[in-house]
Design a protein around this ligand. Structure first.
Ligand SMILES: Nc1ncnc2c1ncn2[C@@H]1O[C@H](COP(=O)(O)OP(=O)(O)OP(=O)(O)O)[C@@H](O)[C@H]1O
Ligand SMILES: [Mg+2]
Length: 170
């Protein structure tokens, strides 16, 4: 499956989807986040962090540093290219190394990645604001690994098993 769309109706649901992805993430996985300011890219990244066993409070907008590294089950390389001024900066900063590295890379404002650095494989995560609490989520898989993950999502496994569902039962 190459494309999966979903509607998140609360921040908790977006966090839960991120967590589901983070729990299954493997070294070398890349999540390419797109969507406007406030769409939920960082929140989804917090979910991925949770799934990797990282305290989500550590995950903030790394706008001034372009990248923050967190250490969980695997390293999480969290990049935010919003303030990227020149494509050459990405290369100068050596971000390339982290996109095909020993950890999981999440790139906010991924459309700003220079073409030559855009990974061939990965999951494009597009978030769009529908209203205050609702986000349209589109996941597009590049490569077989991510296609497989999307297949699992489409089978209905996962998002329902997010952390907030456990809380809701109580
Ligand atoms: N369904 C939802 N999914 C995600 N976020 C939501 C949802 N409903 C409301 N929100 C709110 O939207 C905001 C999303 O902020 P976040 O920092 O994750 O956005 P962002 O895409 O990273 O923005 P930026 O481009 O500024 O980095 C949060 O305040 C969150 O509580
Ligand atoms: Mg952000």
């Amino acid at each position: 499956m190459e494309r999966w769309t979903w509607r998140s109706t609360s921040p908790e649901e977006t966090l839960a989807l991120g967590r589901w992805l983070g729990e299954r993430a493997q070294a070398g996985d890349v999540f390419l986040m797109e969507g406007d300011l406030g769409a939920g890219k960082t929140l989804m990244t917090k979910g991925i962090a949770l799934g990797l066993g990282i305290d989500p409070e550590q995950v903030t907008s790394p706008s001034f540093t372009l990248m923050q590294v967190h250490h969980g089950r695997l390293p999480l390389y969290h990049m935010d290219l919003y303030r990227l001024e020149r494509a050459a900066d990405v290369e100068a900063l050596g971000l390339e190394e982290f996109l095909e590295g020993d950890g999981v890379a999440v790139v906010e404002w991924a459309a700003r990645l220079p073409e030559g650095l855009r990974p061939e494989e990965g999951l494009v995560v597009r978030l769009d604001v529908v209203d205050e609490q609702v986000r349209a989520v589109e996941l597009v898989a590049r490569g077989r690994r991510m296609e497989g993950l999307l297949g699992q999502l489409a089978m209905g496994e996962g998002v329902q098993q997010g952390p907030d569902d456990e809380q809701r039962k109580e």
